[in-house]
Ligand binder design. Structure first.
Ligand SMILES: *Cc1c(COP(=O)(O)O)cnc(C)c1O
Length: 420
């Protein structure tokens, strides 16, 4: 059971909302830094451990700078993500580029930055060779098919479009070796928001065994395994957070058994966790526009699905606190809804909360990853501001809210000059 705390109280939120209109998302810098340090501490036995933060989880320049200061790398999967990472100051192998249906120009950009290129398919080899040549270091994303099971969020590996299959993986490395690659990495991602610790030790076992096989069958010494992202966070108060020390210990045991005993150490181990790093430390703050009693009771917020898609998209649970009413009994049942003309625009269904009134401030927890990032402009909804709660307790704007002019900027109005 996790306790859903907030790093601010109602008074502070009211002061903030006087300056920055709701809805907005606010990230807790101190908690993010502490969290990053704990992740590195848990894996301190690994030689040159790194977490390559998945940019897609929270593509904000200030947050990425903080993570860079905490020694994280990045995981990118598009040209804009690569360029954002470059602007923030990430360089070379601190950047991993894992992508899907990738155009040559994206491989060329990744190669220019010296990123670790992680290929998703045998067909990528030709695209890469034509657009950027064969790099010295190459990695493949492995899809273990029916030998592993997935979950609701990521689906079964066998059904996934990602990665090179069991039948193809040895051949993939053989081809790259023949073409002149000298250094090799191995990547997989089979989990998403997974709270079962053994899932990650099983992934390590699978990759370690494949490292041994690659040595035996093609004489390749893999220097780095990438475990992907997917470590879950306790969205629901009844969920239990993973203990990274348990995962780390489990992996270390297998490392000794499989890698050290085969003389294959040192082997660098990296992750690409996004959600684990920033997820719990971003809060979506919204004001109650009205409370309606229809066939059910509705709380109508000034935020909507465009600010946080996960509940509407996956039926995901996000905890909700009514600011200033933390101590009151949660004895009113509501659907907490947004303002989109879309019936699944709900942050919560049948949620018990203290009695909610118009103008209450509502805080939606665990919006720090795959939250703002998934936003869109459907129904003319503008993306909100992002704020940072600094370590000294003050708050600053780290991305302004979109304006109507932003919304109009990409459209052509009749008789207006064509913007190319
Ligand atoms: C989405 C993604 C991640 C991050 O997932 P989290 O759930 O945020 O940890 C990492 N790697 C790849 C390849 C991804 O697609």
């Amino acid at each position: 059971m996790s306790d859903k705390q907030m790093p601010f109280n109602k008074k502070q939120l009211e002061e903030l909302s006087a300056k920055f209109p709701t809805p907005f998302i606010i990230y807790d810098e101190k908690a993010i830094r502490n969290n990053a340090r704990n992740i590195y501490k848990a894996f301190s036995w690994v030689e040159s451990f790194k977490n390559h933060f998945a940019v897609k989880a929270c593509p904000n320049a200030t947050i990425l700078s903080i993570l860079r200061e905490e020694d994280m790398g990045v995981d990118c999967s598009s040209l804009p993500e690569l360029l954002l990472s470059e602007k923030v100051g990430f360089k070379g192998e601190d950047i991993v580029f894992t992508s899907n249906n990738t155009p040559g120009e994206e491989f060329a950009a990744a190669a220019r930055l010296g990123a670790v290129i992680n290929l998703d398919d045998l067909g990528h080899i030709e695209t890469l060779e034509k657009s950027a040549g064969i790099p010295e270091l190459i990695s493949f994303r492995y899809n273990p098919g029916e030998t592993r099971t997935g979950n609701v969020l990521i689906g079964e590996p066998r059904e996934a479009k990602y990665g090179v299959t069991r039948d193809q993986i040895i051949e993939a490395y053989r081809i790259m070796k023949t073409k002149g690659a000298k250094r090799f990495g191995l990547h997989t991602m089979v989990a998403s928001n997974e709270l079962e610790e053994s899932c990650f030790t099983e992934t390590a076992r699978m990759l370690f065994e494949l490292v041994v096989k690659l040595k035996q069958e093609c004489g390749i010494k893999v220097e780095m395994i990438n475990m992907g992202g997917g470590i879950g966070i306790p969205y629901h108060p009844d969920d239990k957070a993973v203990d990274l020390n348990n995962i780390s210990r489990g992996i270390q045991e297998l490392y000794r058994k499989v890698i050290v005993s085969e003389g294959l150490d040192p082997l660098k181990i990296v992750f690409e966790c996004g959600r684990l790093v920033t997820g719990p430390h971003g809060y979506l703050v919204s004001r109650v526009r009205h409370v309606a009693r229809k066939y059910k009771n509705y709380v109508g917020l000034d935020a909507c699905m465009a600010n946080l898609m996960r509940p509407g998209l996956y039926g995901a649970y996000h905890h909700i606190t009514v600011a200033g009413k933390e101590g009151l009994p949660a004895n009113n049942c509501y659907d907490v809804t947004g303002s989109l003309c879309e019936n699944n625009d709900k942050f919560a269904i049948d949620r018990f909360l203290p009695e909610v009134e118009k103008d209450d401030l509502v805080v939606i927890h665990d919006a720090g990853a795959h939250g703002y990032a998934m936003g869109f402009n459907y129904n003319g909804k503008l993306r909100s501001a992002e704020l940072l709660l600094n370590e000294n307790g003050s708050a600053q704007l780290i991305r302004r809210a979109e304006t109507i002019d932003d919304y109009f900027a990409t459209m052509r109005f009749k008789n207006a000059p064509v913007v190319v």
